[in-house]
Design a protein around this ligand. Structure first.
Ligand code: C2E
Ligand code: MG
Ligand code: MG
Ligand code: MG
Length: 277
């Protein structure tokens, strides 16, 4: 027995691959259990109107609150959840929690803006995606006009041809659609023109070296003027410095999100933030 193992008949499996497969299956089991135990929670990050300082939006960001490991960030499990399709129940859970929270804040008159929810391409490829989200929305009792769906630029652009009908359906129901991580995918200008989009979210990588970096200054101005020309809103992601904020204001990017204003926080902390702002 040991001898045949030593001979290693499955030469196409390297130790590295075996480790990867083993780790992935362990993560799968742990994620499945975490869904059952309701360990995934939603954090909230305000989006700011730079001219008034008011909160115009709130982005829902999932966290895995593991009883032993603590708070696990989405980059550690979303990619795997997309591979094993657990993003579907997980995404629904995030949507349910975020919209229920929105309803509470609206009823308490704490918030009048939109709740932004990140949607994975895997979710959108489900045949009944639009029906599911519309049913959920109606059940919770919030207006579609107060819901924004964030889809990454790379997904929207690669699937533009096949997703245009679905985006139009969402638009007709009153949902807003924003392009997340804008500038990192490959936007086709003709798709930008055709698709029913509402907002471009400029990726943090173009913001972080502002206002010093000459190229980033040029890119920022170009995106703002593109958005203005197409009648889209534009928001800067990952604003950490006062100088960045000033540069954005001077150049017509009037909405921002970032640690300068607020980090993603628990529902309770965000409620406190809303009360104070
Ligand atoms: P994203 O949608 O682009 O979200 C913005 C990320 O930037 C968040 O990371 C946020 O915490 C972080 N961020 C915000 N302001 C700043 C800042 O000033 N400085 C820096 N350094 N970072 C800032 P987070 O929460 O770790 O989420 C990472 C990504 O995971 C998200 O990127 C999104 O693509 C994905 N994600 C999060 N929640 C969900 C979800 O519920 N569903 C899906 N499908 N994806 C999600
Ligand atoms: Mg996002
Ligand atoms: Mg982003
Ligand atoms: Mg991102």
């Amino acid at each position: 027995e040991a001898k045949s193992r030593g001979k290693n008949r499955y030469v196409f499996y390297t130790q590295d691959m075996t480790d990867t497969i083993f780790r992935a299956s362990k993560l799968d089991t742990e994620m499945k259990r975490a869904i059952e135990r309701d360990e995934f929670i939603v954090y909230y990050q305000p989006q700011i109107d730079l001219q008034t300082g008011g909160v115009v939006g709130i982005e829902a960001l999932v966290r895995w609150n593991d009883p032993i490991k603590g708070m696990i960030p989405p980059n550690a499990f979303i990619p795997r959840a997309e591979e094993n399709r657990m993003i579907i129940p997980l995404g629904e859970m995030v949507m349910k929690k975020a919209l229920s929270q929105l309803k509470v804040w609206q009823d308490e008159k704490l918030f009048k803006g939109r709740m932004a929810i990140n949607i994975s391409g895997i979710q959108m490829e489900e045949e009944n995606f639009v029906e599911k989200i519309e049913t959920l929305r109606q059940g919770i009792g919030v207006d579609a006009s107060s819901i924004e769906l964030e889809m990454t630029e790379s997904y929207i652009m690669t699937k533009a041809a096949s997703s245009i009908a679905m985006l139009q359906e969402l638009k007709q129901l009153g949902f807003s659609i924003s392009v997340d991580d804008f500038g990192t995918g490959y936007s086709s200008l003709s798709y930008l023109k055709q698709l029913p989009l509402d907002k471009l979210k400029i990726d943090r990588s173009f913001i972080k070296d502002l206002p010093d970096d000459m190229e980033d200054r040029a890119i920022l101005r170009a995106i703002v003027s593109l958005a203005q020309g197409l009648g889209l809103d534009v928001l800067a992601e990952g604003v950490e410095e006062e100088e960045q904020k000033l540069f954005l204001l001077e150049n017509g990017c009037l909405m921002a999100q970032g640690f300068l204003f607020a980090k993603p926080m628990s529902a309770q902390a965000c409620e406190e933030y809303l009360r104070q702002n």
